[in-house]
Design a protein around this ligand. Structure first.
Ligand code: MIC
Ligand code: SF4
Length: 621
């Protein structure tokens, strides 16, 4: 039978299948973690009592918490480095770059499966891998050699035809698609790209597109591995990693989308959601205060060629602060060697560290009510660190031109080829450490043991601790940023910040009540893979989340930590009394305050049911 590329890779990694529940378990070849989720993932891994990782390759990156304002981040880094050395994990030190950018450059291979404790792990699919984001505990399990279970994904075939016009970029393709499909349009789907237009896109452009597949809620995205992939791997000194991969010509998709690249124009995700998409030409009079170029979406050498072509001989508008963060040490070396860095400095850019930085609210928060243009992937409320800021997500080309003009500007038609793409890629791995298996794990005082949770029980009463709308992100649930991120290894402390951007009293209220439920509408938990958005509410006594629908990674995280996700649309206000009764067959929810009863079949697999029944996955070891 002819197959899509997605199912070629999935089936070649299939360990088991559960057709009744539409699930499949796959072997994971490679894992990646980053520091903000990694400390938990490794604490979990260590608790399994295994002496070394069982994957072909596992890499631990430090790229999120690099501000080091206080001892906490540095302690985390030391912990991660010693764990990596002891258990056989490659360690990428702070300064080496953003996990996804470095993984594409140095490690991801066509046809392999990658599981990462970061929702943008699918960036590695740009080289023809099938890369999936997950919670830290799932990644810990994969490192221990266990398979990873997913809903058998539907495959969306996106046929790309023709070629982008000058000034239009890969970022515009994916933002356009997110506008069409919405932030929940990709849940339990893989987005597979094919068609003649694919060959016109470089690996970094494909990586940009796969990166923001996360904003569709997709399980992953895939590109074929072709001559463009081969050339990229050759430039990275990895031509032996190449193998050709493509769909069978007559394979069919569950959904079909056609994109004529030649018809696209520059677009932007407007505040506060990636799917709030408008043409840049419609935004042209908006004054800009801040422009940031970088993040795992757009920080490749390829991106800086475009940016420098616009900035060459120009000055950044005096009212704009332009910050630039190259995605990796390799990119920084390349732009240094061929004069691009000089162009950026001459124009008036501020050069930031090769790290996530402002994307996760670590510095560069905009001024009150400021307009910030970012080449990043998320513009959720509060994520920049300034709740009143208006954050637009755009291509590097739009960002650079707008930085010069001082207002949002369209680069459509601009030829941007001042610098050659064809240069040597330095392969200096001086910030990568290969394991010696000799270290003892070093744990600083801010690294606290993972709390133990007891089972929620099959029948309980609790009050509604918060009642929410559609598309609540994990940034709403568990904010990041410079104030909160240092506590990622300290659940007791970080739990004080749950929902703090939208409801300051949440944590206190939960503590006073001792238990509670969360009520929401559709796509609850979209965005980041941070399992803290499940662990911290669990720590505060949350027993169930009742939502019309859930985002994939977050639902799994809730189950992993023993919280019952209930897919129901219920009417409930703050502090309403709720009674829940659940077993393997059905779930009954009563709003005792409103006198309403809701019932549904239990949609959990036996494994998931058992996990929640015992209080979460960690209680099974
Ligand atoms: C993000 O972009 O939100 C993060 C920070 O990279 C997260 C992971 C995290 O919260 O640590 C992600 O996307 O998974
Ligand atoms: Fe880092 Fe931002 Fe990418 Fe998350 S989305 S991995 S914070 S650059």
């Amino acid at each position: 039978m002819s197959k899509t590329l997605t199912y070629k890779i999935l089936d070649s990694h299939k360990v088991s299948e559960d057709l009744e529940n539409n699930k499949m378990s796959i072997k994971i070849d490679q894992t990646l973690t980053q520091d903000a989720t990694g400390t938990m993932a490794y604490l979990e891994f260590i608790s399994f009592g295994i002496d070394k990782v069982k994957t072909d390759l596992s890499v631990s990156y430090v790229d999120h918490n690099t501000l080091q304002n206080g001892f906490m981040n540095a302690d985390d880094h030391k912990f991660l480095q010693t764990v990596a050395d002891k258990y056989g994990i490659v360690f990428s030190k702070a300064g080496n770059g953003i996990c996804h950018q470095v993984n594409v450059e140095r490690f991801a291979k066509p046809g392999m499966t990658v599981l990462g404790s970061d929702s943008h792990t699918p960036t590695s699919s740009g080289v023809g891998a099938l890369a999936i984001g997950a919670g830290g505990l799932d990644v810990a399990c994969a490192m221990a050699g266990m398979s990873f279970t997913i809903v058998r994904p539907k495959v969306v075939g996106v046929k790309l035809i023709n070629k982008l016009r000058d000034g239009v970029s890969a970022k515009d393709i994916i933002i356009y698609l997110i506008g069409k499909m919405t932030v929940k349009g990709g849940v339990n789907k893989v987005i597979e790209y094919y068609g003649d237009g694919v060959l016109t896109l470089s690996v970094p452009e494909r990586a940009t597109i796969c990166n923001m597949g996360a904003e569709l809620g997709a399980t992953s995205s895939v590109f074929p591995s072709d001559s463009v992939t081969k050339e990229f791997l050759k430039l990275q000194g990895r031509e032996n990693d190449y193998k050709e991969l493509k769909r069978d010509e007559d394979s069919t998709y569950d959904e079909d989308i056609l994109i004529d690249l030649a018809a696209l124009e520059p677009v932007a995700s407007c505040p506060n959601s990636p799917d709030n998409v408008k043409n840049v030409s419609e935004l042209k009079d908006i004054k800009v205060d801040q422009v940031l170029i970088g993040s795992c979406t757009n920080s490749s050498y390829y991106d800086f060629v475009k940016v420098a072509s616009i900035l060459k001989g120009k000055k950044v508008n005096p009212n704009v602060s332009l910050g630039i963060a190259p995605g990796s040490k390799q990119v920084l070396q390349m732009i240094t060697k061929n004069g691009i860095l000089d162009v950026l400095l001459e124009a008036g850019a501020r050069i930031l560290e090769t790290a996530c930085g402002p994307c996760i609210g670590m510095g560069q928060s905009p001024a009150t009510d400021a307009v910030s243009l970012r080449t990043f992937n998320r513009n959720f409320y509060g994520r920049s660190g300034t709740n009143s800021a208006k954050v637009y997500l755009v291509s590097p080309e739009v960002a650079a031109l707008s930085a010069v003009n001082g207002y949002i500007s369209s680069p459509l038609g601009m030829k941007l080829n001042e610098f050659s793409m064809d240069i040597t890629y330095p392969q200096n791995d001086s910030l990568l450490y290969y394991p010696t298996y000799k270290s003892e794990v070093v744990m600083g005082p801010n690294i606290k043991p993972i709390p133990k949770f007891s089972p929620i029980g099959n029948e309980f009463e609790a009050k509604v601790m918060i009642s929410l709308e559609d598309n609540i992100t994990t940034d709403h649930i568990m904010p990041a940023g410079a104030k909160v991120l240092p506590y990622r290894s300290n659940i007791e402390k970080i739990s004080e910040f749950v929902f703090s951007n939208i409801d300051e009293g949440f944590s206190k209220r939960c503590k006073e009540n001792g238990s509670g439920v969360i009520v929401a509408k559709t796509n609850y938990g979209q965005g980041s893979s941070r399992e803290h958005a499940a662990i911290a509410p669990r720590y505060l006594g949350i027993k169930a989340v009742i939502a019309e629908s859930f985002a994939r990674i977050h639902k799994k995280n809730l189950i992993n930590f023993g919280i019952l996700p209930i897919e129901l649309d219920i009417e409930a206000d703050l502090l309403d009394d709720i009674k829940v009764y659940w077993n393997k067959d059905k779930i009954v929810v009563k709003n005792l305050t409103k006198g309403k009863t809701y019932e549904r079949d239990c949609d959990l697999t036996l494994e998931e049911y058992n996990l929640i029944s015992v209080g979460g996955l960690l209680n099974t070891f």
